[in-house]
Design a protein around this ligand. Structure first.
Ligand code: SR1
Ligand code: MG
Length: 388
């Protein structure tokens, strides 16, 4: 790794002074992540490399290394408008499939911070603003029609989309080797699998995910793909980026915030912290809506009227709630779980999972009629109080 860095002047300059200290810190499901520093206490550069398989599963689950190119491409697109919510991007090596990016030394993963009961005011609003900018600048509102179609073509991400299609929308309501949950939950999960209305909604949402190419969405914007600290919020890991429905990104934020709420209830966290987590959904939605309205006058095609804006905003709101339901369910019984719930003791885990599944189910079934954040808040609070 030191030789790799020293052979590339644009990287070498970021870590002057030998020897180089290299630490592998990847804790996600897929990739290797190296922090490279010349002074262990001073930020250097992060190198992220994709392997030809799923890291947490091994060679038995092959996966294209092209995902690194998609991640790099998303960073390169987002940096034009995302400001400090994008990590500083130092380039992509198309031979070794290595992304070079900012060493976010002073920040930590938002999920871990929430697990520990930390408040990061402003994170939800920063993410709502980020999603709105992505929605505007990578859709037909912000890009001239031909440029936009070239972006759609270039960013087609079949393998990673298939993971989402399978893991989020299909497998959780089937008997599948990927799924896992405590034996105490067998009855609840069997009920969910047998619930035709749930299976139908997942089918509709899957189709929506596959066909609504609204914007170059992040594609995996859960709290583990966000870093927070020092007043900054950064969206990382956009390897699942694809042109898809904007509501999918908001839904990922909301689902994981509700799971953080379920944890906070189980652990009896202070009311102030619980209120902070409960505010993630409304705060991110309001920031999203305000930023979209702010950007609207800059649209590149004035044949898009205000009526379209109103319709689109509503569609995104309702989509996001449905996608949140799907994301909650898959994080509780599917392949990729979350520490918010998995690190609880068994009784608390079963209670949080039962509550999360009930809330996820209602979001799926009611996403088209829930009018506003207050209605969602009531739904979530009811679910959490019924399964303490
Ligand atoms: C096989 S990848 C499993 C999950 O990890 C990623 O972070 C995505 O959320 C994906 O669904
Ligand atoms: Mg990831």
């Amino acid at each position: 790794m030191p030789d790799y860095v020293r052979a590339r002047p644009h990287l070498s300059g970021l870590v002057p002074g030998d020897p180089l200290h290299v630490r592998e810190v990847g804790d996600g499901n897929l990739n290797l992540v190296f922090i490279v520093r010349s002074d262990p206490a001073v930020p250097g550069v992060v190198l992220k490399q994709s392997l030809p398989w799923v890291r947490v599963f091994g060679e038995g689950w092959p996966l294209t290394i092209e995902r690194a190119r998609h991640e790099a491409d998303a960073y390169a697109v987002y940096r034009a408008f995302a400001g400090a919510t994008n990590p500083v991007y130092h380039g992509f090596d198309p031979v070794r499939y290595v992304i070079a990016m900012e060493d976010l030394a002073a920040l930590r993963i938002w999920r871990t911070a929430l697990d520990d009961g930390e408040v990061h005011a402003g994170a939800a609003a920063a993410l709502g603003t980020f999603v709105a900018r992505v929605a505007f600048h990578t859709s037909d509102l912000g890009l001239p029609a031909q440029e936009r179609k070239r972006l759609v073509a270039r960013t087609i991400n079949p393998e990673l989309c298939q993971i989402t299609e399978d893991l989020v929308f299909t497998e959780p309501v089937r008997i599948h080797d990927h799924n896992r949950y405590s034996p105490e939950l067998e009855g609840v999960v069997a009920e969910l699998r047998a619930d035709g209305a749930v299976v139908d909604e997942l089918s509709r949402l899957k189709h929506r995910f596959m066909t609504h190419t609204e914007a170059l969405i992040h594609g995996d914007l859960h709290s583990g793909s966000v870093m927070v600290g020092g007043g900054r919020t950064v969206a990382i890991d956009p390897e699942f980026a694809c042109t898809g429905p904007v509501g999918f990104d908001l839904g990922a934020i909301w689902a994981n915030a509700i799971l953080a709420q379920a944890r906070a209830v189980q652990l009896g966290r202070p009311a102030g912290f619980r209120a902070h987590v409960a505010a993630i959904l409304p705060d991110s939605w309001l920031a999203f809506r305000d930023e979209l309205l702010r950007l609207w006058p800059e649209r590149v095609d004035d044949s898009f009227t205000d009526a379209l804006l109103g319709d689109w905003k509503r569609t995104i709101w309702h989509d996001a709630l449905g996608f949140a339901g799907a994301e909650m369910i898959r994080r509780l019984v599917g392949f990729a779980h979350v520490s918010d719930v998995d690190t609880l003791d068994t009784a608390a885990k079963v209670a949080a999972t039962t509550a999360g599944l009930a809330i996820g189910r209602r979001l799926l079934l009611e996403h088209r009629t829930l009018a506003d954040p207050a209605a969602v808040r009531e739904l979530v609070e009811t679910g959490l109080s019924e399964h303490r």
